[in-house]
Design a binder for this molecule. Structure first.
Ligand SMILES: NC(=O)c1ccc[n+]([C@@H]2O[C@H](COP(=O)([O-])OP(=O)(O)OC[C@H]3O[C@@H](n4cnc5c(N)ncnc54)[C@H](OP(=O)(O)O)[C@@H]3O)[C@@H](O)[C@H]2O)c1
Length: 328
């Protein structure tokens, strides 16, 4: 049995725990749940009835770091769903480093650790024979990495472009269709819970830039960091500019791209009938490959659908462990 712990029991963590106890994947036990204050652990695993709403009210709640569970060898797989810090990678980076070093598999939706230390983490995973999967870090539930890794295995990705941030795409969509100025569209997004109270990472293009870094390192074998991305956000985009674009059959989108070894995030003119021209909070990712040519994926870039990407990574790990048990 694979003993799985979820570190970060917030929006995604609670939904993943519900999904795992709903359909109970064969060969996996959900044995630990952790937040910033402590954790609960059950050797026999949690089921739907025993899942707490609030960890700290559970009678087995331990005010301790979940690193303890990793160090004591009580987990085989951790799912890291901690808040993102794109400059230090922590707290997720510490958990992931420690787990991989000990051969514990990792699934994560937290971009920070990958942006800060992608190469290091992949090399630690390799040496320890562990897996590090991160489908949920880019495009929410859209199967970006699994598609590239499996379906495009014999092909070669040459360039990638994408609408990678739902908040800015919502704002630009409202500016395009309703003629709203940026500050009003932002207020609306905040009221709907689509934008943070401090929206600077989204509006400044940093969130998109992190995703571009992960795509470049994971899909094009690059070794890039946040500093390597030319970043321009949408704060200077005016409703006049959006309206002028509209008159020409175009719109303005915040596009992240990897072209000829360079990484960019900037507002770009996009034709209204272009496959990347998705509206609202949708994300779109377009690959240009050597054999297949252009391929565009469109879907929800955040929210509950992200759990689909986490489940897919977890299932991949279950399969991989089953195969390695059977042997070559
Ligand atoms: N939400 C989405 O749609 C989405 C989509 C793609 C990727 N992501 C990424 O996925 C991650 C989780 O997102 P979320 O929306 O679930 O976040 P969230 O609701 O803010 O939950 C974060 C959880 O992490 C816990 N945490 C904070 N510091 C911790 C620490 N030092 N040790 C252990 N746990 C700690 C928090 O504990 P407390 O409750 O005690 O504070 C909380 O339970 C983020 O990195 C986010 O960027 C989210």
């Amino acid at each position: 049995m694979i003993r799985c712990g979820i570190i970060g029991y917030g929006f995604l963590g609670t939904r993943l725990a519900q999904a795992l106890t709903d359909y109970r994947p064969r060969g996996l036990l959900l044995t630990a749940l952790a937040n910033s204050k402590g954790y609960i652990f059950s050797r026999d695993g949690f089921d739907k009835q025993s899942l707490p709403r609030d960890l700290s009210t559970h009678r087995g709640f331990k005010q301790d770091t979940p690193l303890q569970l990793i160090e004591d060898g009580l987990l085989d797989l951790i799912v890291v769903l901690t808040p993102t810090n794109v400059y230090t990678g922590n707290p997720g980076l510490t958990y992931i480093r420690e787990a991989l070093r000990r051969g514990i598999d990792v699934v994560t939706a937290d971009k920070g650790p990958l942006v800060v230390a992608y190469r290091e983490l992949i090399s630690t995973a390799k040496s320890a024979g562990a897996s590090l999967l991160y489908e949920a870090t880019v495009g929410g539930g859209i199967p970006v990495f699994s598609l590239a890794r499996h379906s495009l295995r014999g092909d070669r990705i040459r360039s990638v472009r994408g609408i990678l941030n739902g908040t800015t795409n919502y704002i630009l969509t409202r500016m395009h269709f309703e003629g709203l100025p940026l500050d009003l569209a932002l207020k609306e997004a905040q009221m709907m819970g689509l934008a943070e109270r401090d929206p600077s990472l989204d509006l400044g293009g940093i969130d998109s830039a992190c995703k571009v870094v992960i795509l470049a390192n994971a899909l094009l074998s690059m070794d890039k960091r946040l500093d390597d991305v030319y970043v321009k956000g949408i704060t200077q985009v005016t409703s006049d500019a959006v309206m002028a674009a509209k008159e020409m059959g175009m719109t303005i989108k915040l596009v992240g791209s990897i072209e000829g070894g360079h990484l960019y995030v900037a507002p770009r003119l996009v034709r209204l009938n272009h496959p990347l021209c998705v509206h609202g909070t949708l994300n779109a990712i377009q690959f240009r490959t050597e054999v297949m040519g252009e391929l565009t994926l469109i879907g929800k870039g955040a929210g509950e659908s992200t759990v689909s990407a986490l489940l897919s990574d977890i299932e991949w790990i279950i399969d991989r462990r089953a195969v390695s048990r059977v042997g070559p």
